[in-house]
Design a protein around this ligand. Structure first.
Ligand SMILES: [Zn+2]
Length: 512
């Protein structure tokens, strides 16, 4: 019998005090208002008169500083006081405040004085009609400028709340054209995934906190991450998982703490992966842990990340499924939070596919990082979820799932984001492992070429730097190629074999 146990419970007064969320100052990345001011000034100086003349303003999202002092200042953009979706920009400043360029989704300047012809109430009705949730309501409406390749359009961003028939909550964002009243785009803020797992991680150490005479499943060493039992509920936090013996679960599903131990373990390994691989201090890089909820709803065969609660939620699975608490799923879900706090890839079209692929890539790397013999690293997504043993997705040849794309084409942007991700997953596999047959699969190329992989460590570093430094909310596949090439040049040099392999791997999935 497998047991999931806690070793070395934490019982000091200081650690008890830290059982809640750690103060944001704990190892938080320094946020420089000075860097913000300099970045905006530099952007305006180097972007022509449009930025200055159009009444545009910026707010700071975050600053990333390289070891050599180079600063990457990520900005949100506003025009006439309204958010410009797709106008987010990363300003790159070298040592001594030298201009090194900017990465941005779309530079189009919004039309000044644009007026909405459609009322907010009408936009709300259009948005409600666009939702397929079983229960739905308008939770908020904001007038925005929505930028795309064709220019900038005044639109209402309507958030439709509610829940789908299977119990998944909805936070559907619908962009309604403020002139025509037609839907421009939509995406779910709740990123649900058919990933999952079980109690297959065996006996592991999880962080707990002694409170009085009871151990809480609360990890003071990783941002105060806590694990809750929803007990079939679909809202709130349910009950904090506790144990008098400091042992959580027994490896069987008869014990309801087993799934909680899996969730806690997944959160722990994901936290450690980002910390020890990239120096990232939590999902927001501010030292604050998310929290996890298990036993969501009834027969719920899914898991989801929500930015609004900054939390992860796992169902127990229905017929043919195990609880959805596997390592790669935990890593996948938490990575949605990392993406939201870095590139902010919009969860529709090609950027949505890149968002999903980012979660599959780092979920996979978390699985390798954990090096758990009960759930060894592989390039399969959700292989522990189903009683049949069939994975949800394959990175070596994504089309093996029957729906994902292996190669880029113009139809990719119309696919569900879990299938348009296939092109980037395939790219990552080729970059890390290479083409052809290996212990991990058999990966074809779309152009008949042969690619020699550079390994997980380098491939992961390149994707992480591209995500955090160069990608923006509307990055598409062509932009992802450019972003990863910039990242490879930074890390290994533009004449390096790594750089050449990035280019070759993208060409091998028809992104040229
Ligand atoms: Zn996902």
């Amino acid at each position: 019998m497998r047991r999931t146990t806690l070793l070395g419970g934490l019982a000091t007064a200081a650690l008890l005090a830290a059982a809640g969320t750690l103060p944001a100052t704990a190892s938080a990345a320094p946020v420089s208002t000075d860097a913000f001011t300099r970045a905006v000034a530099q952007l305006k100086a180097h972007s022509g008169s449009a930025l200055v003349a159009d009444g545009q303003s910026f707010t700071l999202k975050n600053v990333q500083t390289d070891a050599d002092g180079t600063e990457h200042v990520r900005l949100n953009r506003y025009a006439d006081g309204l958010p410009v979706l797709g106008g987010d920009t990363v300003v790159h400043l070298g040592k001594g405040n030298t201009w090194k360029g900017a990465s941005q989704s779309l530079a189009a300047a919004p039309t000044r004085g644009a007026k909405a012809r459609v009322s907010a109430a009408t936009a709300g009705r259009v948005a409600l009609a666009a939702s397929t949730a079983a229960t739905r309501r308008v939770d908020g409406t904001q007038l925005v400028h929505d930028a795309d390749a064709a220019g900038t359009t005044l639109a209402y961003e309507v958030v439709v709340g509610g829940a789908y028939a299977d119990g998944t909550p909805s936070e559907l964002h619908v962009l309604v054209d403020a002139t025509t009243g037609k839907v421009r785009d939509s995406w779910e803020g709740v990123q649900r995934d058919g990933t999952g797992n079980t109690f297959h991680s065996g006996t592991v150490t999880v962080g707990s906190t002694l409170s009085g005479s009871t151990y809480q499943l609360a990890d003071a060493t990783r941002g105060g991450h806590k694990t809750y039992d929803l007990n079939g509920g679909t809202s709130g936090t349910g009950t904090l998982v506790t144990s008098a013996s400091n042992v959580f679960g027994d490896g069987t599903l008869a014990n309801r703490q087993t799934a909680a131990a899996d969730a806690a373990y997944g959160a722990q390994e994901t936290w450690d992966f980002y910390k020890n691989t990239f120096g990232r201090n939590g999902i927001r890089n501010d030292g604050v842990g998310a929290y996890s909820r298990v036993h969501y709803s009834t027969n719920y065969a899914n898991a989801f990340w929500s930015d609004s609660c900054f939390c992860m939620t796992y169902g127990d699975g229905g017929s043919g499924w195990y609880p959805l608490t596997s390592l790669d799923v935990a890593g996948h879900e938490m990575t949605h939070g990392v993406t939201s706090n870095t590139a902010g890839l919009r969860y529709s079209g090609e950027s949505g596919g890149l968002n999903e692929a980012t979660s599959d890539i780092f979920g996979t790397l978390v699985e390798f990082y954990a090096a758990n013999s009960k759930d060894a690293g592989d390039y399969l997504i959700g292989e522990k979820l189903r009683t049949s043993g069939a994975p949800l997705r394959y990175m070596d040849k994504p089309s093996k799932d029957g729906a994902s794309a292996d190669c880029y084409s113009t139809r990719v942007k119309s696919l569900d984001v879990h299938y348009s991700s296939g092109v980037a997953n395939h790219f990552f596999y080729l970059l890390a492992v290479g083409s052809g047959s290996s212990a991990y699969g058999n990966s074809p190329t779309c152009n008949g070429s042969t690619v020699t992989g550079i390994g997980n460590a380098k491939a992961g570093a390149i994707w992480y730097r591209a995500l955090t430094t160069y990608m923006t909310s509307r990055t598409d596949y062509a932009g992802a190629r450019a972003a990863t090439l910039s990242a490879a040049a930074d890390l290994y040099g533009s004449g390096s074999a790594e750089y050449t392999t990035v280019a070759a791997a993208w060409s091998a999935v028809s992104v040229n």
